[in-house]
Design a protein around this ligand. Structure first.
Ligand code: 1CP
Length: 348
Protein backbone atom coordinates (compact mmCIF):
# COMPACT_ATOMS: atom_id res chain seq x y z
CA UNK A 1 0.00 0.00 0.00
CA UNK A 2 2.99 2.32 0.16
CA UNK A 3 2.39 3.29 -3.46
CA UNK A 4 -1.08 4.70 -2.75
CA UNK A 5 -1.27 8.26 -4.13
CA UNK A 6 -3.44 9.36 -1.20
CA UNK A 7 -1.41 10.37 1.89
CA UNK A 8 -4.29 9.68 4.30
CA UNK A 9 -4.70 6.11 3.03
CA UNK A 10 -0.95 5.52 3.26
CA UNK A 11 -0.91 6.59 6.92
CA UNK A 12 -4.01 4.55 7.81
CA UNK A 13 -2.37 1.50 6.27
CA UNK A 14 0.53 1.94 8.67
CA UNK A 15 3.10 3.87 6.66
CA UNK A 16 4.86 6.80 8.32
CA UNK A 17 5.72 9.82 6.20
CA UNK A 18 6.50 13.52 6.60
CA UNK A 19 4.48 15.63 6.49
CA UNK A 20 1.64 13.56 7.96
CA UNK A 21 -1.81 13.88 6.39
CA UNK A 22 -4.31 16.18 8.10
CA UNK A 23 -8.09 16.45 8.36
CA UNK A 24 -10.25 17.78 11.22
CA UNK A 25 -13.22 16.25 12.98
CA UNK A 26 -16.30 18.37 12.20
CA UNK A 27 -14.30 20.25 9.57
CA UNK A 28 -17.53 21.29 7.84
CA UNK A 29 -19.67 23.36 10.15
CA UNK A 30 -20.57 26.54 11.87
CA UNK A 31 -17.05 28.05 12.13
CA UNK A 32 -17.18 28.49 8.30
CA UNK A 33 -19.15 31.51 7.01
CA UNK A 34 -20.02 29.63 3.80
CA UNK A 35 -21.63 26.86 5.92
CA UNK A 36 -23.58 29.39 8.00
CA UNK A 37 -24.78 30.97 4.78
CA UNK A 38 -26.32 27.68 3.61
CA UNK A 39 -27.83 27.00 7.05
CA UNK A 40 -29.30 30.54 7.15
CA UNK A 41 -31.55 29.61 4.23
CA UNK A 42 -33.58 27.89 6.93
CA UNK A 43 -33.66 24.26 5.82
CA UNK A 44 -34.05 21.71 8.56
CA UNK A 45 -30.65 20.19 9.49
CA UNK A 46 -31.65 16.58 8.70
CA UNK A 47 -33.08 17.76 5.41
CA UNK A 48 -29.70 19.35 4.58
CA UNK A 49 -27.97 16.02 5.37
CA UNK A 50 -30.43 14.21 3.07
CA UNK A 51 -30.17 16.65 0.12
CA UNK A 52 -27.17 15.53 -1.98
CA UNK A 53 -26.66 18.94 -3.65
CA UNK A 54 -26.24 20.60 -0.26
CA UNK A 55 -24.34 17.76 1.45
CA UNK A 56 -21.84 17.58 -1.43
CA UNK A 57 -21.32 21.36 -1.35
CA UNK A 58 -20.84 21.46 2.44
CA UNK A 59 -18.43 18.49 2.37
CA UNK A 60 -16.32 20.32 -0.23
CA UNK A 61 -16.23 23.69 1.56
CA UNK A 62 -13.30 22.90 3.90
CA UNK A 63 -11.47 21.06 1.10
CA UNK A 64 -11.57 24.13 -1.15
CA UNK A 65 -10.44 26.41 1.64
CA UNK A 66 -7.70 24.32 3.23
CA UNK A 67 -6.82 21.45 0.86
CA UNK A 68 -7.21 18.88 3.65
CA UNK A 69 -6.18 15.26 2.97
CA UNK A 70 -9.55 13.82 3.99
CA UNK A 71 -13.06 14.91 3.01
CA UNK A 72 -15.58 13.61 5.56
CA UNK A 73 -19.11 13.04 4.35
CA UNK A 74 -21.45 15.74 5.60
CA UNK A 75 -24.14 13.97 7.61
CA UNK A 76 -24.77 13.18 11.28
CA UNK A 77 -24.54 10.09 13.47
CA UNK A 78 -28.28 10.44 14.27
CA UNK A 79 -29.24 9.68 10.68
CA UNK A 80 -29.20 5.99 11.70
CA UNK A 81 -31.96 6.22 14.35
CA UNK A 82 -33.88 8.34 11.82
CA UNK A 83 -33.46 5.61 9.19
CA UNK A 84 -34.61 2.98 11.71
CA UNK A 85 -37.87 4.91 12.12
CA UNK A 86 -37.24 6.89 15.33
CA UNK A 87 -38.39 10.51 15.35
CA UNK A 88 -35.25 12.73 15.25
CA UNK A 89 -35.09 16.51 14.89
CA UNK A 90 -32.55 19.27 15.53
CA UNK A 91 -33.46 22.42 17.41
CA UNK A 92 -31.39 25.50 16.64
CA UNK A 93 -29.24 26.44 19.59
CA UNK A 94 -30.29 23.31 21.50
CA UNK A 95 -29.06 20.33 19.49
CA UNK A 96 -30.50 16.95 18.62
CA UNK A 97 -33.85 15.77 20.00
CA UNK A 98 -35.38 12.28 19.70
CA UNK A 99 -38.63 10.65 20.75
CA UNK A 100 -36.90 8.51 23.40
CA UNK A 101 -36.98 4.72 23.72
CA UNK A 102 -38.35 4.01 27.19
CA UNK A 103 -39.10 0.28 27.27
CA UNK A 104 -37.69 -2.67 25.32
CA UNK A 105 -41.11 -2.96 23.60
CA UNK A 106 -40.35 0.40 21.93
CA UNK A 107 -37.73 -1.43 19.80
CA UNK A 108 -40.64 -2.96 17.86
CA UNK A 109 -41.30 0.46 16.37
CA UNK A 110 -37.84 0.43 14.79
CA UNK A 111 -37.04 -1.59 11.70
CA UNK A 112 -34.05 -2.42 9.54
CA UNK A 113 -36.40 -2.79 6.56
CA UNK A 114 -36.44 0.88 5.58
CA UNK A 115 -32.74 1.49 6.14
CA UNK A 116 -31.53 1.36 2.53
CA UNK A 117 -34.27 3.59 1.23
CA UNK A 118 -33.94 6.17 4.00
CA UNK A 119 -30.16 6.34 3.54
CA UNK A 120 -30.19 6.37 -0.27
CA UNK A 121 -29.53 10.17 -0.41
CA UNK A 122 -26.36 9.66 1.67
CA UNK A 123 -25.10 7.08 -0.82
CA UNK A 124 -25.91 9.47 -3.67
CA UNK A 125 -23.86 12.18 -1.89
CA UNK A 126 -20.89 9.81 -1.63
CA UNK A 127 -21.15 8.76 -5.29
CA UNK A 128 -21.10 12.38 -6.41
CA UNK A 129 -18.23 13.27 -4.07
CA UNK A 130 -16.04 10.46 -5.32
CA UNK A 131 -16.22 12.05 -8.78
CA UNK A 132 -15.48 15.56 -7.55
CA UNK A 133 -12.59 15.29 -5.09
CA UNK A 134 -8.98 16.08 -5.99
CA UNK A 135 -7.15 12.81 -6.69
CA UNK A 136 -4.98 13.00 -3.56
CA UNK A 137 -8.00 13.56 -1.25
CA UNK A 138 -9.50 10.59 0.61
CA UNK A 139 -13.29 10.32 0.94
CA UNK A 140 -14.15 9.40 4.55
CA UNK A 141 -17.48 7.82 5.47
CA UNK A 142 -18.62 7.54 9.08
CA UNK A 143 -21.16 6.36 11.61
CA UNK A 144 -21.70 6.69 15.33
CA UNK A 145 -20.77 3.68 17.47
CA UNK A 146 -23.71 1.72 18.93
CA UNK A 147 -23.33 3.01 22.49
CA UNK A 148 -23.02 6.69 21.53
CA UNK A 149 -26.04 6.44 19.20
CA UNK A 150 -28.01 4.43 21.80
CA UNK A 151 -27.34 7.12 24.39
CA UNK A 152 -29.19 9.69 22.24
CA UNK A 153 -31.97 7.19 21.41
CA UNK A 154 -32.63 6.54 25.11
CA UNK A 155 -31.93 9.96 26.60
CA UNK A 156 -33.89 11.72 23.83
CA UNK A 157 -30.99 14.07 23.13
CA UNK A 158 -27.69 15.15 24.64
CA UNK A 159 -27.05 14.26 28.26
CA UNK A 160 -24.72 15.31 31.05
CA UNK A 161 -24.51 11.98 32.85
CA UNK A 162 -26.29 9.36 30.66
CA UNK A 163 -28.18 8.30 33.80
CA UNK A 164 -31.25 6.93 31.99
CA UNK A 165 -29.24 4.91 29.46
CA UNK A 166 -26.71 3.62 32.01
CA UNK A 167 -29.42 2.69 34.50
CA UNK A 168 -31.18 0.67 31.78
CA UNK A 169 -27.92 -1.08 30.89
CA UNK A 170 -27.10 -1.98 34.49
CA UNK A 171 -30.68 -2.92 35.40
CA UNK A 172 -31.51 -5.01 32.33
CA UNK A 173 -28.24 -5.89 30.58
CA UNK A 174 -29.85 -8.47 28.26
CA UNK A 175 -32.30 -5.86 27.01
CA UNK A 176 -29.47 -3.42 26.50
CA UNK A 177 -27.59 -6.08 24.52
CA UNK A 178 -30.58 -6.21 22.15
CA UNK A 179 -30.48 -2.45 21.55
CA UNK A 180 -26.74 -2.58 20.90
CA UNK A 181 -27.14 -5.63 18.62
CA UNK A 182 -29.72 -3.79 16.49
CA UNK A 183 -27.27 -0.90 16.13
CA UNK A 184 -24.36 -3.24 15.30
CA UNK A 185 -26.47 -4.64 12.45
CA UNK A 186 -27.67 -1.24 11.18
CA UNK A 187 -24.22 0.37 11.47
CA UNK A 188 -22.42 -2.49 9.72
CA UNK A 189 -24.88 -2.43 6.82
CA UNK A 190 -24.65 1.35 6.62
CA UNK A 191 -20.83 1.40 6.56
CA UNK A 192 -20.61 -1.41 3.99
CA UNK A 193 -23.04 0.49 1.75
CA UNK A 194 -20.99 3.68 2.18
CA UNK A 195 -17.95 1.83 0.80
CA UNK A 196 -20.00 0.55 -2.13
CA UNK A 197 -20.97 4.21 -2.82
CA UNK A 198 -17.35 5.42 -2.81
CA UNK A 199 -16.11 5.87 0.78
CA UNK A 200 -12.37 5.04 0.88
CA UNK A 201 -11.90 5.08 4.67
CA UNK A 202 -14.34 5.01 7.60
CA UNK A 203 -14.48 6.51 11.06
CA UNK A 204 -16.66 5.19 13.89
CA UNK A 205 -17.37 7.86 16.53
CA UNK A 206 -17.81 6.55 20.08
CA UNK A 207 -17.82 10.05 21.54
CA UNK A 208 -19.29 9.02 24.89
CA UNK A 209 -17.33 5.78 25.46
CA UNK A 210 -15.54 7.41 28.39
CA UNK A 211 -18.41 7.04 30.86
CA UNK A 212 -18.13 3.29 31.52
CA UNK A 213 -16.15 1.13 33.96
CA UNK A 214 -14.03 -1.54 32.29
CA UNK A 215 -16.46 -4.48 32.12
CA UNK A 216 -19.29 -2.36 30.71
CA UNK A 217 -16.91 -0.64 28.28
CA UNK A 218 -15.86 -4.05 26.96
CA UNK A 219 -19.45 -5.25 26.61
CA UNK A 220 -21.06 -2.16 25.08
CA UNK A 221 -18.22 -0.40 23.28
CA UNK A 222 -15.23 -2.68 22.58
CA UNK A 223 -17.12 -5.87 21.61
CA UNK A 224 -19.61 -4.06 19.33
CA UNK A 225 -16.74 -2.17 17.64
CA UNK A 226 -14.92 -5.47 17.10
CA UNK A 227 -18.03 -6.97 15.52
CA UNK A 228 -18.63 -4.01 13.19
CA UNK A 229 -14.96 -4.01 12.13
CA UNK A 230 -15.15 -7.78 11.51
CA UNK A 231 -18.23 -7.45 9.30
CA UNK A 232 -16.94 -4.47 7.33
CA UNK A 233 -13.54 -6.15 6.81
CA UNK A 234 -15.25 -9.36 5.67
CA UNK A 235 -17.00 -7.36 2.93
CA UNK A 236 -14.17 -4.92 2.09
CA UNK A 237 -10.81 -6.10 3.48
CA UNK A 238 -8.69 -3.19 2.22
CA UNK A 239 -10.77 -0.24 3.44
CA UNK A 240 -9.17 1.22 6.59
CA UNK A 241 -11.27 1.88 9.70
CA UNK A 242 -10.60 4.51 12.34
CA UNK A 243 -12.22 4.17 15.77
CA UNK A 244 -12.67 7.11 18.16
CA UNK A 245 -13.32 5.68 21.64
CA UNK A 246 -13.24 9.12 23.23
CA UNK A 247 -12.27 9.38 26.88
CA UNK A 248 -11.31 5.75 27.59
CA UNK A 249 -7.89 6.58 29.10
CA UNK A 250 -5.58 3.58 29.54
CA UNK A 251 -8.24 1.38 27.90
CA UNK A 252 -7.07 2.86 24.57
CA UNK A 253 -4.49 0.08 24.77
CA UNK A 254 -7.15 -2.66 24.84
CA UNK A 255 -8.81 -1.03 21.84
CA UNK A 256 -5.48 -0.95 19.98
CA UNK A 257 -4.89 -4.63 20.68
CA UNK A 258 -8.39 -6.01 20.30
CA UNK A 259 -10.81 -3.94 18.23
CA UNK A 260 -9.35 -4.71 14.80
CA UNK A 261 -9.45 -1.10 13.55
CA UNK A 262 -6.49 0.19 11.53
CA UNK A 263 -6.27 3.45 13.45
CA UNK A 264 -7.39 5.00 16.72
CA UNK A 265 -8.40 8.63 17.02
CA UNK A 266 -6.98 10.00 20.28
CA UNK A 267 -8.89 12.43 22.44
CA UNK A 268 -7.18 15.53 23.76
CA UNK A 269 -6.30 14.02 27.14
CA UNK A 270 -4.23 11.06 25.83
CA UNK A 271 -0.55 11.64 26.75
CA UNK A 272 1.55 11.80 23.60
CA UNK A 273 4.59 9.78 24.71
CA UNK A 274 2.30 7.09 26.12
CA UNK A 275 0.39 6.93 22.82
CA UNK A 276 3.66 6.61 20.90
CA UNK A 277 4.99 3.86 23.16
CA UNK A 278 1.80 1.85 23.76
CA UNK A 279 -0.43 2.40 20.74
CA UNK A 280 1.49 3.51 17.68
CA UNK A 281 3.33 0.21 17.26
CA UNK A 282 -0.02 -1.57 16.99
CA UNK A 283 -2.23 0.85 15.06
CA UNK A 284 -1.93 4.18 13.27
CA UNK A 285 -2.89 7.05 15.56
CA UNK A 286 -4.84 10.20 14.79
CA UNK A 287 -5.16 13.33 16.88
CA UNK A 288 -5.18 15.09 19.19
CA UNK A 289 -4.83 18.89 19.29
CA UNK A 290 -7.30 20.46 21.71
CA UNK A 291 -9.96 22.06 19.48
CA UNK A 292 -10.05 25.12 21.73
CA UNK A 293 -6.44 25.86 20.79
CA UNK A 294 -7.86 26.85 17.39
CA UNK A 295 -9.85 29.57 19.13
CA UNK A 296 -6.76 30.94 20.91
CA UNK A 297 -4.46 30.72 17.85
CA UNK A 298 -1.07 32.47 17.75
CA UNK A 299 1.99 31.15 19.57
CA UNK A 300 -0.11 28.89 21.79
CA UNK A 301 -1.44 27.11 18.72
CA UNK A 302 1.97 26.88 17.03
CA UNK A 303 3.58 25.37 20.14
CA UNK A 304 0.78 22.90 20.82
CA UNK A 305 0.83 21.81 17.17
CA UNK A 306 4.60 21.30 17.20
CA UNK A 307 4.33 19.25 20.39
CA UNK A 308 1.87 16.82 18.78
CA UNK A 309 3.87 16.59 15.55
CA UNK A 310 7.21 16.01 17.28
CA UNK A 311 5.75 13.28 19.51
CA UNK A 312 3.78 11.29 16.95
CA UNK A 313 4.93 12.44 13.49
CA UNK A 314 7.61 9.80 13.05
CA UNK A 315 5.22 6.82 13.18
CA UNK A 316 1.99 6.10 11.29
CA UNK A 317 0.08 9.28 12.10
CA UNK A 318 -2.80 11.47 10.96
CA UNK A 319 -2.91 15.00 12.31
CA UNK A 320 -6.36 15.85 13.69
CA UNK A 321 -8.07 17.36 16.72
CA UNK A 322 -8.89 15.57 19.97
CA UNK A 323 -12.61 16.28 19.39
CA UNK A 324 -14.70 18.23 16.89
CA UNK A 325 -13.79 21.78 15.92
CA UNK A 326 -15.94 24.35 17.74
CA UNK A 327 -18.09 27.07 16.11
CA UNK A 328 -15.78 29.69 17.72
CA UNK A 329 -12.66 28.44 15.92
CA UNK A 330 -11.17 30.89 13.45
CA UNK A 331 -10.78 29.78 9.81
CA UNK A 332 -7.51 31.76 9.69
CA UNK A 333 -6.17 29.66 12.56
CA UNK A 334 -7.16 26.49 10.68
CA UNK A 335 -5.27 27.75 7.61
CA UNK A 336 -2.18 28.42 9.77
CA UNK A 337 -2.47 24.94 11.28
CA UNK A 338 -2.53 23.24 7.88
CA UNK A 339 0.46 25.29 6.75
CA UNK A 340 2.46 24.32 9.85
CA UNK A 341 1.64 20.62 9.53
CA UNK A 342 2.60 20.62 5.83
CA UNK A 343 5.95 22.26 6.64
CA UNK A 344 6.84 19.79 9.41
CA UNK A 345 9.78 17.37 9.07
CA UNK A 346 11.25 15.11 11.78
CA UNK A 347 14.16 16.61 13.72
CA UNK A 348 17.69 15.33 13.21
O1 1CP B 1 -25.76 23.64 11.70
C1 1CP B 1 -25.97 23.18 12.83
O2 1CP B 1 -26.36 23.85 13.80
C2 1CP B 1 -25.76 21.72 13.05
C3 1CP B 1 -24.52 21.41 13.80
C4 1CP B 1 -24.11 20.00 13.40
C5 1CP B 1 -23.19 19.66 12.40
C6 1CP B 1 -22.39 20.60 11.53
C7 1CP B 1 -24.63 18.80 13.92
C8 1CP B 1 -25.66 18.65 14.98
N1 1CP B 1 -24.03 17.74 13.26
C9 1CP B 1 -23.14 18.23 12.33
C10 1CP B 1 -22.34 17.44 11.36
C11 1CP B 1 -21.59 16.27 11.83
N2 1CP B 1 -21.81 15.57 12.98
C12 1CP B 1 -20.57 15.62 11.10
C13 1CP B 1 -20.20 15.94 9.66
C14 1CP B 1 -19.16 16.48 9.08
C15 1CP B 1 -17.83 16.90 9.57
O3 1CP B 1 -17.24 16.27 10.46
O4 1CP B 1 -17.35 17.86 8.97
C16 1CP B 1 -20.10 14.55 11.90
C17 1CP B 1 -18.96 13.58 11.61
C18 1CP B 1 -20.89 14.53 13.07
C19 1CP B 1 -20.77 13.53 14.11
C20 1CP B 1 -21.51 13.67 15.38
N3 1CP B 1 -22.78 14.17 15.59
C21 1CP B 1 -21.03 13.21 16.63
C22 1CP B 1 -19.70 12.50 16.81
C23 1CP B 1 -18.55 13.42 16.82
C24 1CP B 1 -18.42 14.32 18.03
O5 1CP B 1 -18.33 15.54 17.81
O6 1CP B 1 -18.37 13.81 19.16
C25 1CP B 1 -22.00 13.46 17.59
C26 1CP B 1 -21.93 13.16 19.08
C27 1CP B 1 -23.11 14.07 16.93
C28 1CP B 1 -24.40 14.50 17.53
C29 1CP B 1 -24.66 15.93 17.25
N4 1CP B 1 -25.15 16.39 16.06
C30 1CP B 1 -25.23 17.77 16.10
C31 1CP B 1 -24.76 18.19 17.39
C32 1CP B 1 -24.71 19.60 17.86
C33 1CP B 1 -24.37 17.03 18.07
C34 1CP B 1 -23.68 16.94 19.42
C35 1CP B 1 -24.60 17.17 20.55
C36 1CP B 1 -23.97 16.79 21.88
O7 1CP B 1 -22.92 17.37 22.26
O8 1CP B 1 -24.54 15.91 22.52
Amino acid sequence: MTTDPKPLLRALHGTAGAPPPIWLMRQAGRYLPEYREIRARGRDFLDVCLTPDLAVEITLQPIRRFGLDGAILFSDILIVPHALGQKVWFEDGVGPKLEPLRRIEDLKQLSLGGLDEALAPVYETLRRLSGELPRETTLIGFAGAPWTVASYMIEGGSSKDYATAKTWAYGAPKEFDRIIALLVEATSRYLIAQIAAGAEALQIFDSWAGVWPEAALRRWCLAPAQEIVRRVKAAHPTIPLILFPRGVGPMYQAFAEECGADALSLDTTVPLAWARDHLQGKVAVQGNLDPLVLVAGGATQAEATATVLDALGSGPFVFNLGHGITPQASPDNVAALVEQVRAWRPKG
